[in-house]
Design a protein. Sequence first.
Length: 221
Amino acid sequence: MSESRGVAMNARLLPAALIVFGLIPLIANGLRRAAQATGAAGTAPGEGSGMSLPVLLHVIGATVFVVLGALQFSVRLRRRRPEWHRTAGRLAILAALLAVVSGIWLAFEARSSAGALLFTLRLLAASALALFVALGFRAIRHRRLPRHRAWMIRAYAIGLGAATQVFTLGFGQELFGRGELAVALLNGAGWAINLVVAEWAIRRAGHQVDRSATRATVVLR
């Protein structure tokens, strides 16, 4: 009984935790821009205070995807408000595609300063996000719910890459420096870590479904 209550509590807290985690890059960027605007130590007053169109579009797309994507993990919302779940899911897909297009735009804009490896990793991440979202949409159109959830979990993991990169870059650069190769690999580590966690979550959910089916079979017998 206590175990089931713990699982239910974790399920309720998961969307909020994902939203908070996903908004870390936005908060960090806001603090950085505030420091630049006020001329804090190590920054030039007004430096980078403006926001270009691709950056604005990327922030909007990523933020909407992070928030709506997190709410899709709420079992209560899925069961009590299925129409809302479907509508929010469609909006999340559009937001993800906006993040993809603007992300590719930004990757090309920063190509010369980022280096070939980081540029390639960014294109791969954007392409993977678009592919996972497309496969997830295709799966739900064919009523293949487990496949739909798996692909959307993978897509969400890519979308949370920037949040994980705050930590991989923050700690990693202190250990490995700020060279072109180190920065590229630390960015890649952010996406890789998230995908590993996503695969673990997908398999764990599959095992739970198998156990539930086994218990139901035993009861019926």
